[in-house]
Design a protein around this ligand. Structure first.
Ligand code: NAP
Ligand code: MG
Length: 400
């Protein structure tokens, strides 16, 4: 059988630990036999990031902006323990943070639904994709511990020296103060990324904030979303029959739980942080969550939402058998190949991505799965496979 050709290369960002092992298995078993794969390869494994003083991460992100589509393996974010383990020259920043900074993107996370794994919220029939704003708010805060009575003020000094000053509180006793900010430009990018993604997926977009309480700060988010929608997206949404819907965050939470799913939920930074963990566990498994970073310029970076599965990797190094779930990483590849196919007009590549996803899910629905799913699947005839055997079982279906 002739392999499917590609025009433009994908940006391939390799990573760490167990997911690096899976990465190679996926390419060898599920991609190379079927696709004449073209990639621009960047090794984001911690060892090579250290050798290049983390320049490789920056170069990979710039390549994603240049070529338009990237696929990324999970990577270690160094902490003290990792600095010692790998003898690092520095405690490098999170690669995902670096890439997000350069692509100026928004992260969309969606669960992969499969028969036998029922969401804890039984009425969720379709995936809910969560979009989290990734700039400012409490993540770039400044805080003061106040030792005793005094006046807390909020002061802005313009470049022209003019001051805007407001009293936060006349404090009669010790306490705490916090200052946070955001930028219209960042909120506009976030709104555009969300609206482009909704068009891409042909799904409704929901956005919510606490504008009843935070009339200026959250009100700004609400107004910017509304303006961008009306000026740039309304016509396109209406022609596709999809809706932009704004509500109060409390109301959104209640509606989400009662919904059937099948829409995109845009969240402010903190709401997105908390709600994405809630959604991941409510849908059943962290190993079944996909993640895609979409820039306002329409560049895409696909990955799994989970980390490098360190505990399994150490078992693997000791020669013990592992049963690590590769589904989200396979979907990162299929997502990237599909997008490349769409952008380059290669329908065979789009079809291949569909078939790869179908084979991945059929394998599980026919009872062959890794240990994490085996524990929670309600299927009667189910079998637990090791890491590589699951991928081989997918290949068998792909070949048929
Ligand atoms: P993790 O790798 O997501 O794993 C946490 C636990 O979740 C695992 O120990 C495993 O549970 C389960 N799990 C996650 N993915 C699984 C899969 N594919 N198959 C089966 N089980 C899976 O998170 P972590 O242990 O907190 O972090 C490990 C490293 O990953 C860290 O260095 C962190 O910096 C990095 N990380 C990277 C990214 C990214 O690149 N996007 C995201 C998060 C974390 P059991 O051990 O109980 O089987
Ligand atoms: Mg969190």
């Amino acid at each position: 059988m002739a392999k499917i050709g590609m025009k433009t290369a994908l940006v391939e960002m390799d990573g760490d630990e167990m997911t690096r092992i899976i990465w190679q298995y996926i390419k060898d078993e599920l991609i190379y036999p079927f696709v004449d794969l073209k990639t621009e390869y960047y090794d984001l494994g911690l060892k090579y990031r250290d050798e290049t003083d983390d320049r490789v991460t920056v170069e990979a992100a710039e390549a994603a902006n240049r070529l338009g589509v990237a696929v990324k393996c999970a990577t270690i974010t160094p902490n003290d323990a990792r600095v010692e383990e790998y003898g690092l020259k520095a405690m490098y920043k999170s690669p995902n943070g670096t890439i997000r900074g350069i692509m100026d993107g928004t992260v969309f996370r969606a669960p992969i639904l499969v028969k036998g794994i029922t969401p804890h919220v039984w009425n969720w029939e379709k995936p809910i994709t969560l979009a989290r704003h990734a700039y400012g708010d409490v993540y770039r805060n400044t805080e003061i511990r106040v030792p005793g009575p005094g006046k807390a003020e909020l002061v802005f000094t313009g470049e022209d020296g003019k001051e805007i000053r407001k009293t936060i509180a006349e404090m009669k006793s010790p306490g705490i103060i916090q200052g946070i900010h955001n930028l219209d430009k960042s909120i506009e990018s976030f709104a555009r990324s969300c609206m482009n993604f909704a068009i891409d997926r042909k799904e409704d977009l929901w956005f919510a904030s606490k504008d009843t309480i935070s009339k200026i700060y959250d009100g700004d988010f609400r107004d910017i979303f509304q303006r961008i929608y009306e000026e740039e997206f309304k016509e396109k949404f209406e022609s596709l029959g999809i809706e932009y819907f704004y509500t109060l965050i409390d109301d959104a939470v209640a509606r989400v739980v009662r919904s059937k799913g099948g829409f995109i939920w845009a969240c402010k930074n903190y709401d997105g942080d908390v709600m994405s963990d809630m959604m991941a566990s409510a849908y059943g498994s962290l190993a079944m969550m996909t993640s895609v970073l979409v820039s306002p310029a329409g560049k895409y970076e696909y990955e799994a939402a989970h980390g490098t599965v360190q505990r399994h990797y150490y078992k693997h190094l000791k020669g013990e058998e592992t049963s690590t779930n590769s589904v989200a990483t396979i979907f990162a590849w299929s997502g990237a190949l599909r997008k490349r196919g769409e952008l380059d007009g290669i329908s065979e590549l789009v079809d291949f991505a569909d078939r790869l996803e179908k084979a991945t899910l059929d394998t599980i629905e026919e009872g062959e799965m890794t240990g994490d799913l085996y524990l929670i699947s309600s299927l009667e005839n189910k079998k637990k496979l090791n890491t590589l055997d699951y991928i081989k079982a997918v290949r068998k279906r792909l070949e048929n």
